[in-house]
Design a protein around this ligand. Structure first.
Ligand code: GCB
Length: 609
């Protein structure tokens, strides 16, 4: 092998390894909504490409790994004359971004494969600025190209990523092309089997963020662990490479503190907080927090509260609370697609509020940053989760890295949101040694990143006779005894439920992460008629009767607020690709069981023994 060949192979290998997982996307900037920015939302041209014609040559080699790097759809050849190009974005239809593709084009409802997006934009460049191309989420794998050059690859359908494009933008016209592939794969996170729709596409905001050359990259301003009196946090300035003063202000609390960063732009701080109104679902008070560096300034709205557990109690700002919750997916049933706008998100949160909730489970993956900001504003606690769902490839180190990356990016993005009470590291995972190691590491990682919130996972129950036992070894490492149980639907009958009791091996607050039963809105019968609203109504009555007897019951998130789309739900009359466990139908109609839970929450208080 010649030296040149050897060098080439090493280069290709390095490129492969670094692109393979999260590519050369970089750590995302904190609070993109608070920055100077150009929205790249709106209409994007698209080409459906099931054979990856635009990515691979006829020997299945990626064009972008060839010597010239050319040949793919990202070249965006537009000339009609004298070109043999067999594609042309200009004559294609458009998709709305943000938004999944499945709900926007009938041909794409069940599509799982590759699709190309293209959008033109103009910028007038300023030499002393930095520019970042930021994606809120793209499902699942995306290859991003700017003006025909590859920026990188990202995997993971629910977490944000960005590229520094400061020296790649043209002054004037630019175009960005994204190849998106939502093919399900066994070793990915989630794996091939999920009970939700595999919506493909650029599902969240695309933004060109502008910052000064030296900018505030990240910050945390939160109460210290279980400490009502002290703020603990950090500020990270990038691009200066020298010590500098940064000022943190909370005008309403008359706080103005100056800190000096180290040579890397980093400073960690603590300072006391006085006369603060603590954040709670009833009074979701947010304070304006401003951070100023020598060249940059950023403002956020942040709430302050403590949350911790003591034996079987969850203490919010020192007082025991009950989490009146509901599970939700990132889906607007009226669109049959992912939530796209603030209006979509508010509709979901209003339904939860109407139910009497102070808490929501954002299942089963990282939801939109805008959703968390709204939860802060309207006063809803949040259980945030990563898609470590069912049968992940526990012994594959790449799968672990991927899961850990999704967890990390989610925590980094939302660490300033008072609404987030719980980080969940997974759902209904089958117990095995490999799984315990995998999830044990995720728990440790979550704690190392954020020790101010609770760590949980949705575990399962074992049954023998009328006893349901919870003794998953993972429970030892978690802050809550949380589990899904489907008594009255997947096992037993609603009427039988009050005979059951729970044997929970952990002296921890019990928060039931799921229970539920299907009902078709508008279908009526007696309480024994499966799929009827009456069946689901009785099911809720009996469930609540059963759960009320659990010592240490401190909350629940029944499954689920609204009917949602799932390829696993095939019944042609009752389901038609909808999971019908919603308390609200896909057209927004409340089912009878909605009112049972609403009534329960209305009167639910904690009986202190
Ligand atoms: C579960 C899963 C959830 C499903 C639900 C169901 O346990 O966590 O994702 O949708 O059951 O409806 O079966």
């Amino acid at each position: 092998m010649s030296r040149k060949n050897y060098k080439e192979i090493v280069l290709v290998l390095i490129t492969f390894i670094s692109f393979h997982f999260s590519g050369n996307s970089q750590k995302t900037i904190q609070n993109i909504y608070g920055r100077e920015r150009l929205s790249l939302n709106g209409s994007w041209k698209y080409i459906i490409d099931p054979y990856q014609m635009g990515y691979l040559d006829y020997r299945q080699k990626p064009f972008d790994e060839s010597k010239s790097g050319k040949g793919g759809f990202y070249d965006n050849l537009t000339s009609m004359e004298n070109s043999k190009a067999e594609y042309n974005f200009d004559f294609e239809p458009t998709l709305q971004v943000p938004g999944d593709w499945n709900s926007q084009d009938e041909r794409l409802l069940f599509y799982e494969g590759t699709l190309w997006y293209k959008r033109d934009f103009t910028v007038s460049l300023k030499s002393d600025k930095k520019y970042f191309l930021h994606f809120g989420a793209v499902n699942y794998e995306s290859h991003v190209y700017l003006n025909g050059k590859k920026l990188g690859v990202h995997k993971g359908g629910f977490t944000p990523f960005q590229f520094d494009v400061s020296d790649k933008l043209n002054d004037g016209n630019n175009f960005v092309v994204v190849m998106v592939d939502n093919t399900r794969k066994k070793d990915e996170v989630p794996t091939i089997n999920t009970d939700w729709w595999n919506y493909g596409g650029i599902t969240r905001d695309v933004t060109l963020v502008t910052t000064p050359a030296s900018y505030i990259e990240d910050y945390k301003v939160q109460l210290a662990k279980a400490d009502k009196d002290n703020i603990e946090g950090f500020i990270q300035v990038k691009g200066n490479n020298k010590k500098e003063n940064v000022v943190l202000e909370i005008p309403e609390l008359k706080i103005k503190s100056t800190f000096t960063t180290d040579e890397n732009g980093y400073v960690k701080f603590t300072f006391p907080l006085k006369k603060v109104q603590y954040w709670s679902p009833e009074m979701p008070k947010l304070y304006q927090v401003t951070i100023t560096s020598s060249t940059d300034k950023i403002t956020d709205k942040i709430g302050f509260r403590t949350i911790k557990t003591v034996n079987k109690d969850i203490l919010l700002n020192g007082k025991s609370i009950f989490l009146k919750g509901i599970s939700v997916h990132d889906e607007n049933p009226l669109l049959g697609g992912r939530l796209r706008s603030e209006g979509d998100m508010r509709m979901i949160l209003n339904w939860a509020k109407d139910l009497g909730c102070n808490y929501i489970r954002l299942a089963h993956y990282t939801h939109n940053e805008a959703m968390l900001r709204l939860a802060d504003e309207v006063g809803l606690f949040v259980w945030a989760e990563v898609p470590v769902y069912w049968t992940i490839s526990w012994s594959n180190p790449e799968t672990y890295k991927n899961a850990e990356n999704q967890l990390t990016v989610g925590i980094e993005r939302d660490k300033n949101r008072a609404s987030i009470a719980i980080w969940s590291v997974g759902n209904e995972t089958p117990i095995s040694n490999e799984r315990n190691i995998f999830m044990g590491k995720l728990i440790d990682k979550a704690r190392s990143l954020d020790d101010t919130r609770l760590i949980a996972a949705a575990l399962e129950v074992d049954r023998e006779g009328y006893i349901a036992t919870v003794d998953d070894a993972l429970g030892e490492k978690l802050d809550l005894a949380s589990f899904n149980e489907y008594g009255g639907w997947y096992w037993s009958e609603p009427k039988e439920l009050p005979k059951y009791s729970f044997d929970i091996k952990f002296n921890k607050p019990v928060v039931i992460s799921e229970f539920g039963a299907e009902a078709v809105a508008g279908f009526h019968g007696d309480e024994d008629t499966i799929w009827s609203e009456e069946f689901q109504e009785l099911f809720y009555i009996k469930q609540l009767e059963m759960l009320e007897r659990i010592d240490g019951l401190r909350g629940m998130t029944p499954w689920i607020l609204v009917d949602f789309k799932s390829p696993r739900r095939q019944h042609p009359i009752h389901q038609n690709f909808w999971n019908r466990k919603g308390l609200i139908s896909e057209t927004g109609k409340k089912k009878k069981a909605f009112y049972i839970l609403q009534n329960y929450y209305k009167y639910k208080t904690i009986d202190k023994k």
